[in-house]
Design a protein around this ligand. Structure first.
Ligand code: ATP
Ligand code: MG
Length: 633
């Protein structure tokens, strides 16, 4: 392969000689029939990748490794909630996945059928995803923490032949029964699936409905020696649907293909993650999110790595639990989110020194802006490269990061790095639609079509929404909008300035709330902060900040609050100018977040403006928002 050591030429080739570039990457996976055409973009913005090729995700993630690493660890399922550890080799995983595949087939699931997976972070969830891929069924994983109404809408949208679930999850040592929520969702849903498969962990009693509900252990016992061959599917066959986090509104059902996704992930494991078969990958995400799909299940397994699936909090039994896992299983690659690092930052730093984690090579962080103080803190603590990466449920893999597998490049804290090969990233002036080509100009981060392999094919059952939502927001040109603001410096490093709907307009000045948040987060007393724009009769909008302090005693009384508020305002004045100064800084115990850990600014803004906060189905803790509403009076 003509691989350059120079990232710039590697990147240019991926754009200028797109088909040659991706034809080479396609060799990283095994095909039953090789692709006839690399990219069909005859009907923009719909891209078809590796047309004519047939393959199977499960074959590439599991079966192909049996030749060389059958006895090597593949799946390490750990729970600090139930205090259990299960380790599966590739051979054992292969067997379990075939049992699950046989059970699903016995329940009537066929190629192209949907299977909804509503499960905690247990090994059976991985078996179910891989079993679907094996038989060409389309999985739709719904985050286990969702309540019945969110679940019901997703059931209606997916129309699954079968649902796989469990009696309960567990969080902070408390069982969270799933079955009652599932039963309620099935009552609410107009669509009724034929079969429900329940994994009984013995955590909560379950009412089983005759004829519809089945017990996994019983059916598994009937298929112990199951041999279910992989179904070779077209490259463009949908592998799964998955919903976005719902941070900005109603979640969108992303539809992913098979061949493009497999190639994109396999290539990312090489060029971004510098993965080697036999190493161990630990992503702290959840299978309910895109990071869980790409970098707990498929990516690491495609690369022949062992993958850690962890049920539990980062702070229980204590704040050393992640590092104990790293040490015990010799984790080399770790993937987490800034929000989790901020949680650890509030804990005793001694936990970071308690275990020998010299095996760990790199920590990747994604999902939210990684502010400089947080990046610096974790970098100082771990003394390994910290690599920010920016992407979306829609894209399935990073748009911006440092491809250290191609060429080692220095991190710049505050920046997720450069445009990733395959992504023709542009900055666009929102009002004119003009492209911004000079350094340090602020624009909407957009991607010229075709999107590279692995990105969404369309919105599930809604081509029109796909085109209208993503490709028509910039006047006069068909280009994919990420709905995030960014700038690019002279060296090609991007900085994400927040979402396009998180911009506030103070007396005619357009300010990114993220920039104000960065500035406030730099104050040593602040652990976490959210800034929103609030309607103001005089200025149009004013900034309002909600901050969580590191030490609550500092803001116990009015005098303490006033002093800290004044200090922070002075800091904003000094760094950004008085125009950015928040009208008020409210000190709160908790900020409202989505279940994937993202700040729900739209809900905060609505409450601050005394409006109805709208769709809150993805909120982690409604109490956080209620407390703020009460505080504002
Ligand atoms: P919805 O689209 O339903 O409103 P969402 O955008 O939060 O929800 P995701 O696909 O989970 O759903 O998140 C993608 C978004 O997360 C990005 O568009 C960006 O705003 C933010 N993001 C992800 N990674 C980073 C990062 N490294 N730096 C800054 N922002 C990031
Ligand atoms: Mg989004």
């Amino acid at each position: 392969m003509a691989e350059s050591a120079d990232y710039e030429s590697f990147y240019r080739r991926s754009i200028d000689q797109r088909d040659d570039f991706w034809a080479e990457q396609a060799q990283l996976i095994e095909w039953q029939t090789p692709p006839q055409r690399i990219c069909d973009y005859d009907n923009p913005p719909f891209a078809k990748w590796f047309v004519g090729g047939t393959t199977n995700l499960c074959h590439n993630a599991v079966d192909r490794h049996l030749r060389e690493r059958a006895e090597q660890n593949a799946l390490i399922a750990l729970s600090s909630e139930t205090d259990t550890e299960q380790v599966y080799s590739f051979a054992q995983l292969h067997q379990e996945v075939q049992r699950m595949a046989a059970v699903l087939q016995a329940l009537g699931v066929k190629q192209g059928d949907r299977v909804l997976i509503y499960m905690p972070m247990i090994a059976e969830a991985a078996f179910a995803m891989l079993a679907c891929a094996r038989i060409g069924a389309i999985h739709s994983v719904v985050f286990g923490g969702f309540a019945s109404s969110s679940l019901a809408t997703r059931i209606e949208d997916a129309e699954p032949v079968a649902i796989v679930s469990a009696d309960a999850g567990s969080r902070g040592g408390k069982g969270v029964p799933y079955k009652p929520l599932l039963d309620e969702a099935l009552e609410l849903s107009k669509y009724k699936p034929a079969a429900v498969l329940m994994v009984d962990r013995g955590l909560a009693p379950m009412a089983m409905r005759e004829g519809r509900d089945h017990d996994w252990a019983t059916l598994r016992a009937r298929h112990m020696d199951a041999q279910v061959p992989c179904v070779w599917v077209d490259s463009t066959h949908p592998s799964y649907t998955l919903y976005t986090s719902g941070t900005t509104g109603k979640p969108k059902g992303v539809q992913r293909d098979t061949g493009g996704y497999a190639v994109a992930l396999a290539a990312s494991m090489k060029h971004i993650f510098q993965a080697q078969a036999g190493q161990t990958y630990f992503s702290t995400s959840d299978i309910g999110w895109v990071v869980g799909h790409s970098y707990i299940i498929y990516g690491p397994l495609l690369a022949g790595m062992a993958t850690v699936m962890y049920e539990g909090l980062p702070t229980r039994p204590d704040a050393g639990v992640w590092w104990s896992i790293v040490a015990k299983y010799q984790v080399t690659h770790m993937f987490s989110a800034p929000t989790a690092v901020r949680v650890l930052k509030k804990q005793d730093p001694a936990y970071l020194k308690k275990y020998d984690i010299s095996c760990l090579k790199t920590l990747w962080l994604a999902g939210e802006p990684l502010d400089e103080p947080t990046a610096q803190w974790i970098s100082d603590a771990l003394q390994i490269p910290i690599v920010d990466n920016y992407w979306q449920t829609e894209t399935g893999w990073p748009i911006l990061t440092l491809c250290n597998g191609v060429q080692q490049q220095p991190s710049r804290f505050g920046s997720p790095g450069k445009a990733v090969y395959g992504f023709d990233v542009r900055l666009i002036d929102e009002s004119t639609g003009q492209e911004l080509t000079e350094p340090n100009q602020k624009g909407v981060v957009a991607i010229e079509g075709p999107l590279p392999p692995g990105c969404l094919q369309t919105v599930w059952r809604d081509d029109e929404r796909f085109v209208d939502t993503y490709w028509k927001s910039i006047p006069g040109r068909l280009i994919y909008s990420t709905f995030d603001w960014g700038i690019r410096d002279a060296d090609g490093y991007y900085f994400i300035l927040g979402r396009t709907d998180d911009v506030i307009n103070v007396a005619g000045h357009r300010l990114g709330t993220r920039e104000i948040e960065e500035c406030i987060a730099g104050h040593s007393s602040v652990a976490e902060v959210a800034v929103v724009g609030v309607a103001d009769a005089v200025k149009g909008q004013v900034a309002m900040a909600f901050a969580v302090v590191r030490d609550a005693t500092a803001v116990q009384d009015e005098a303490g609050r006033k002093q800290l508020e004044a200090e922070i305002m002075k800091r904003v004045d000094g760094q950004m100018g008085a125009v950015a100064r928040p009208a008020r800084i409210h000190f709160v115990a908790l900020l409202p977040k989505t279940r994937s850990g993202k700040l729900l600014r739209r809900a905060l803004q609505a409450v601050a403006e005394r409006r109805d906060p709208g769709d809150l189905t993805t909120i982690e803790d409604p109490g956080a928002l209620l407390a703020i509403r009460d505080m504002l009076g």
